[in-house]
Design a protein around this ligand. Structure first.
Ligand code: HSE
Length: 309
């Protein structure tokens, strides 16, 4: 018998212009799983987190992750999963990805770390597909590897860790509006006009250049999304008005977190991020919409083993 306790962080996908190809991790917030491997075959899942999750194991995102790992390894094992801590699903900070990343990383630890980051992300994407009906890695890759990760390509997976500026703070608010990732993906048109594509890849290049050169203003300037945001912002009341207020307070950028409905603002000073958080709260208070919100540092840390027996 072998047992691990594993943590994987919350993450924010897209980072503005990087639809499905860039994401970053947040400090402190994340999922904790306890995974026990014994001889045999099968999976059991016990949810101790207090967050409601489907009881059917085939509807829990960790199941396809574990199955994919065992397929790649061509091994059988009995895995008991205890979900100890869980980010609330639908919060826009990579709730499903945190579980998927923790499950993939935990399996790797149980087997003595045989798989690469790319292979672990392949496993985690099986869970993301169950959650949203799409194979995207922009939450799962950072949740496994930590920091800001660029998915240069999917076939095959080519993952690049980008530099994280030293002082990079994020205010996030999750308004109590229900928008599923599935729905937020289905409303997107399948084709992008050339003019918009040109703007988007200019911004992706600018974002990467800004992160490498430490040019924070370039990072902010480049975090513009003309591909997904125009279709998704209608789910978020007063979106443009909120952005205007956040930029006026000194935030570098404000965008939809992943597929929404959460939004986030980045700042290079904690004080500005705190002010941004306050403005976000006032914005939704004035519209009678409840929320959860927090201000955290953008982290450089991914999944990790907390303890093992
Ligand atoms: N890149 C994905 C999307 C992230 O925008 O649909 C989902 O969290």
């Amino acid at each position: 018998m072998k047992k691990v306790r594993v943590f994987a962080p919350a993450s924010i996908a897209n980072m503005g212009c990087g639809f499905d190809i860039i994401g970053f991790t947040l400090d402190e917030v994340g999922d904790i799983l306890e995974m026990t491997m014994t001889e045999g075959d099968g999976i059991t899942i016990e949810n101790e987190s207090g967050v409601p999750l489907p009881e059917d194991i085939h509807k829990n995102v960790v199941t396809p992750v574990i199955n994919k790992f065992l397929d790649i390894m061509d091994r059988k094992a009995h895995i008991d999963v205890k979900i100890v801590r869980k980010i609330y699903p639908g919060s826009g900070i990579g709730s499903s990805a945190a579980s998927c990343a923790a499950a993939a990383y935990g399996m790797n630890a149980l087997f003595g770390y045989p798989l690469s980051d790319e292979e672990l992300v392949e496993c985690a994407m099986e869970g993301e597909n169950l959650a949203s009906g799409g194979y995207h890695a922009d939450n799962a890759a950072p949740a496994i590897m930590g920091g800001i990760v660029l998915i240069r390509g999917y076939e095959p997976l080519d993952l690049i860790k980008l530099p994280v500026p030293g002082n990079f703070y994020c205010a996030v608010i999750h308004p109590n509006i229900v928008v599923s990732t599935k729905e937020a993906r289905e409303i997107l048109p399948k084709d992008v006009p050339l003019h918009d594509a040109v703007r988007q890849w200019g911004n992706v290049g600018g974002l990467v250049a800004g992160l490498y050169s430490g040019d924070i203003n370039l990072v902010g300037r480049a975090m513009k999304d003309v591909v997904a945001e125009p279709y998704r912002k209608k789910f978020i009341p007063g979106f443009e008005d909120l952005r205007e207020k956040l930029l006026a307070t000194g935030a570098l950028a404000m965008n939809i977190a992943g597929s929404g409905p959460s939004v986030f603002a980045l700042a290079d000073k904690f004080g500005i991020a705190s002010r941004a958080g306050k403005i976000m709260k006032e914005h939704f208070d004035s519209r009678g919409i409840g929320y959860e919100s927090f201000v955290v540092k953008v982290s450089n840390n991914g999944a990790k083993i907390l303890s093992e027996d």
